[in-house]
Design a binder for this molecule. Structure first.
Ligand SMILES: *Cc1c(COP(=O)(O)O)cnc(C)c1O
Length: 467
């Protein structure tokens, strides 16, 4: 399988090349040259497989010759072995037609473990084969960071430096990152927003000499392998609910567009996905885009769902490339103007095509608390604030046909956001036993202004030299 850049200039790469590169040299994101597609009979044959097995079968076509099926299956087996639920991603029914797809049973209690536990193993395998080391730099609004750190801690060929916006993550999220004292892990609190962190990471990648010197690699949701590793759980839920013989809809609380892009991909691979509902907090650039083709950057406001406090949805570029008929030059032009002017000039036809499938929903903080309360009183279900935005979006925008089930991506364990849950229902959800002593553990991190030279110096100081 070969991969193309959404901006049409970078040379195509294979799965391993894309895994290690993250962002393409032309600033674009990689996508497979063609989408694997399964027939209805092939989908039916996947029903009932254990999660790790299904996951290997669906990811393997994307890896192609870069990885044997047996190797990949061993990796998915290991990646999901430590999860706290035997189903890995259990479906919990919330009402007549809606279901929570719980993606938070991994080591850091958020959905990013689903991809990151596999990604760490993919990196290790590729680096060992090449005899190389890498420095991973990442930006996190909370959950990516801890998931990446858990996936990379103590790995021999990887140094990891994680940037988070100071004071904008929950205390649980910060401590899950800063209490990992492994020598190959460093955390930097940036005095700015998540977008500042993400801009710094992009700028480090665009600094070619620095990128070469450090052997930089990415784990942010721009990395194709992460999107690929998120595809299986949508298929798992759809198959369990009757697909391909029954259509389904998904509701996904989204920030960077990565998770919902994976739901879009299963549709592209042949499953009948009727509708994709996007839940947003007050930082609702995607909902504004879908409502009125207004993809314009505003300042990021803090909310009860900090992992979606984002105004630039990086992975949207992949959908844009598809909507523009895979025209890399056109995608580069639109992205260039977005960068320069803060307003993405999406052609009307492309916008209309997007709105036929995607529906956006915005929920403010009081609405989020009310939804947590409603789920608790009507279904006895305890949801975190991100998941609650997804369930509220699902209720507001479910397809008219009541026979179509709506699967909500439940992206975090409620104990990751105890303040919001307590504000909603007066109860503080306890951490699972494996994290119970988190508040007593020692923290280690440094702070920095959002200044490229300062941050590059910190990364250089941390990275053990390659080669
Ligand atoms: C990262 C995250 C999201 C948003 O996911 P994207 O891939 O950025 O759309 C939603 N909820 C939680 C809990 C997250 O950690």
């Amino acid at each position: 399988m070969r991969y193309l850049s959404t901006r049409g200039q970078a040379a195509p790469r294979d799965f391993e090349g894309v895994l290690l590169a993250g962002l393409a040299e032309d600033g674009g994101l990689f996508l497979p040259e063609s989408w694997p597609s399964l027939s209805a009979a092939e989908w039916r044959a996947l029903r009932g497989l254990p999660y790790a097995e299904l996951s290997a079968r669906l990811i393997h076509p994307f890896a192609g010759e870069a990885l044997s099926f047996e190797t990949l299956r061993a990796m998915t087996g290991e990646a999901y072995a430590g999860f706290g639920h035997p189903a890995i991603a259990p479906l919990v029914q919330l009402d007549q037609r809606s279901f929570a797809l719980e993606l938070f049973h991994g080591p850091t209690l958020a959905f990013k473990d689903m991809a990151m536990q596999l990604l760490g193993r993919l990196f290790d395998h590729a680096l060992a084969r090449r005899g190389e080391r890498i420095t991973i730099v990442g930006a996190t609004s909370g959950d990516t960071g801890s998931a990446a750190i858990e996936a990379c801690r103590d790995r021999h060929a990887i140094d990891l430096v994680m940037l988070h916006p100071e004071g904008r993550t929950s205390e649980v999220q910060r401590r899950q990152m800063t209490t990992v004292l492994s020598p190959n892990i460093a955390n930097i609190a940036i005095q700015g927003s998540f977008d500042d962190c993400q801009d710094l990471v992009k700028a480090m990648f665009n600094d070619a000499p620095f990128r070469r010197e450090m052997h930089l690699a990415a784990v942010n949701s721009i990395n194709w392998a992460r999107v690929a590793a998120q595809i299986p759980y949508y298929a798992y839920a759809a198959l369990a609910l009757g697909a391909p013989d029954r259509p389904v809809a998904f509701s996904v609380p989204t920030g960077n567009f990565g998770n919902v892009l994976a739901a879009w991909a299963v549709r592209r691979m042949g499953l009948p996905v009727e509708r994709l509902i996007i839940g947003a907090n007050r930082n609702n650039i995607l909902a504004r885009f879908l409502a009125s083709n207004d993809m314009s950057i505003r300042t990021v406001e803090p909310s009860y769902s900090p992992s979606m406090d984002i105004q630039v949805s990086s992975n949207f570029e992949r959908l844009l490339f598809e909507l523009l008929g895979r025209d890399g030059a056109a995608t580069a032009a639109v992205m260039g103007r977005f960068r320069a002017e803060g307003l993405m000039p999406v052609p009307d036809a492309a916008w209309r095509e997007a709105t036929a499938l995607f529906h956006g929903f915005t929920l403010d903080d009081p609405g989020t608390l009310a939804e947590i309360r409603r789920l608790w009183t009507t279904a006895g279900y305890l949801a975190d604030p991100h998941t609650a935005i997804g369930t509220a979006a699902a209720r507001a925008l479910a397809p008219e046909d009541p026979g179509i089930p709506v699967v909500v991506a439940a992206t975090a364990h409620p104990a990751k956001f105890p303040d919001a849950v307590e504000a909603a229902i007066g109860l503080r959800p306890p951490l699972p036993p494996r994290l119970a002593d988190l508040y007593e553990r020692q923290e280690r991190y440094s702070g920095a202004a959002p200044d490229l030279a300062v941050v590059e110096a910190l990364v250089r100081g941390h990275a053990r030299r390659n080669g």
